[in-house]
Design a binder for this molecule. Structure first.
Ligand SMILES: O=C(O)CCC(=O)C(=O)O
Ligand SMILES: [Fe+2]
Length: 487
């Protein structure tokens, strides 16, 4: 789930230690498996979860520094980083060899982009179409008071309806984009999104709110096609208890007939896919295929429906885009003014963040908006760069999240991403599913030959995710206070 930025003193970041960046690991290439590794860096296992959370926020901030929002001039498109497409169909054919081949492609993606898309994944087109339809119904057809009755504030576990005014854009992303656009004001007409607003007044500050609206739910044995093992616990290790604000909340059946059934169908399929993928992840790390199995018998799996409102078209935009391409006949002043207007009208749907759990499986509607912050590469003159995530109908997008990055000692990359809505963008719906191992699973370090000597102390998955979610809430409260002060 999305993070915001905490204001805190930097704390030592275990993931910035030399071997976490994959440089000293002598990593294998496709079709080969990990070799042994050693590190001269003493492991830093002393950080509390809270300190780790702060380190993660600092890391986010420093990774945003200097990010480009459009490619440097004269860079061919194929020199820019992109999201690989992996056909995982062969991983279902019953042979270990086929699964290993797919696993090795997953490994390559996790070591580099941290993002990949999968085709032939087995989630049915009907279930995907239907869950996206439910998103549309929830945000458009369910009466506002009925949505408000499901407000996330009534839940101790972040379940229910999240209106657009309940979360805020990461301010580092804003500032960063601003600097960057100045640096690149003459660059190519590929007008990658920009969130280049700075807000000096309370009124402008209002615009920092993310445009997204959400509806969140989590794992229930009734949603698990295996029926679970009867030992599911919540993030804090307790048993689900509606009296304590635990558990899922749903619209009444008569208000949205079929809503819960469609969600359950999609959730069940995607949960089973996540278990399958996690076995492939085990293989990708050179571990025995069933290595993680006992940690996913009652897994944490928060999911949500997201809605990003469309943005109005700016008049004459089409004409100006044409002019932009035909540079010889361009009235530069008009085009620049229009470009700025577009940039200022681009809304951040969801600010720059990394996800918290092991990995995320994302389904989205056809309208683009997701952007990925690719790490520096030769094609980007050594700067990180925001690039749109391709829209490939029928695929699901997978990204490594922070818990898995931590577990793999920084080997697998949890990549920053955000959602933007440009002028003329239609509505976007998406359904992220955040896959975590059992929240009460004690996570011992992975073998040293696999990821090096761990920089992290063992902890429970729920403990980590809960602290990350709470940090977002703390920040939101702080920002609300700040807004009230400036009003
Ligand atoms: O809506 C999207 O495309 C991305 C959502 C996302 O990144 C998140 O919910 O963490
Ligand atoms: Fe995300």
């Amino acid at each position: 789930m999305a993070t915001s930025t905490m204001t805190s003193q930097p704390v030592p970041d275990p993931l910035s230690a030399p071997n976490s960046n994959n440089t000293s690991l002598n990593l294998p290439h496709s079709n080969s498996m990990p070799t042994s590794t050693s590190t001269s860096t003493p492991p830093n296992k002393t950080l509390s979860v809270l300190e780790e959370v702060e380190a993660a926020q600092d890391r986010l901030r420093s990774r945003l520094a200097g990010a480009l929002t459009s490619p440097p001039p004269n860079i061919p498109h194929d020199a820019l980083p992109s999201v690989p497409l992996i056909d995982i169909g062969p991983s279902f054919d019953g042979t270990l060899e086929s699964r290993k081949k797919v696993a090795s492609q997953i490994r390559d993606a996790c070591l580099t982009t941290g993002f990949f898309q999968i085709s032939n994944h087995g989630v049915t087109p009907g279930a995907m179409a239907s869950v996206l339809k439910q998103a549309e119904r929830f945000f458009h057809d369910l009466a506002e008071p009925k949505r408000q009755a499901l407000h996330i504030k009534h839940s101790t576990l972040f379940r229910g309806y999240e209106p657009h005014d309940s979360t805020y854009v990461n301010p580092d992303d804003q500032n960063n984009s601003n600097d960057n656009n100045n640096n690149n004001s003459n660059s190519s007409s590929d007008n990658s999104s920009s969130s280049s607003n700075t807000y000096d007044t309370a009124e402008q500050q209002q615009q920092q709110q993310e445009t997204k609206e959400g509806f969140n739910w989590g794992y229930e044995e009734a949603l698990d096609p295996t029926g679970g093992d009867g030992r599911y616990v919540e993030l804090d290790g307790s048993k689900p208890d509606p009296a304590r604000g635990h558990g899922n909340v749903w619209p009444a059946e008569e208000d949205l007939p079929g809503f819960k059934a469609a969600i359950a169908e999609y959730y069940g399929q995607v949960l089973q896919l996540a278990r399958h993928l996690f076995r492939l992840f085990a293989l990708s790390l050179g571990l025995e295929e069933r290595y993680f199995d006992e940690l996913m018998t009652h897994p944490g799996g928060i999911a949500r429906l997201l809605y990003y409102a469309g943005q109005p078209v700016i008049e004459d935009e089409k004409t100006d885009r044409g002019m932009n391409d035909a540079t010889t006949t361009t009235n530069t002043t008009t085009v620049t003014a229009k470009k700025e207007e577009q940039e200022h009208t681009t809304k951040l749907g969801l600010g720059a963040h990394t996800d918290y759990e092991c990995f995320t499986l994302l389904l989205s509607s056809a309208n683009p908006g997701l952007e990925i912050l690719f790490p520096p590469s030769p094609g980007t003159a050594g700067n990180p760069i925001w690039r749109p995530c391709p829209v490939r109908p029928g695929t699901l997008t997978v990204n490594v999240a922070d818990f898995l990055m931590r577990w793999t000692n920084g080997l697998y990359k949890s990549t920053i991403h955000r959602v933007v809505s440009k002028p003329g963008a239609g509505e976007r719906y998406s359904v992220p599913f955040f896959f975590s191992i059992n929240y009460d699973g004690e996570v011992a370090p992975l073998p040293e030959w696999c990821v090096g000597e761990s920089h992290f102390r063992p902890l429970k998955a729920g403990e980590y995710v809960l602290e990350r979610l709470r940090a977002t809430q703390i920040l939101e409260d702080q920002e609300k206070e700040e807004q009230n002060r400036t009003k």
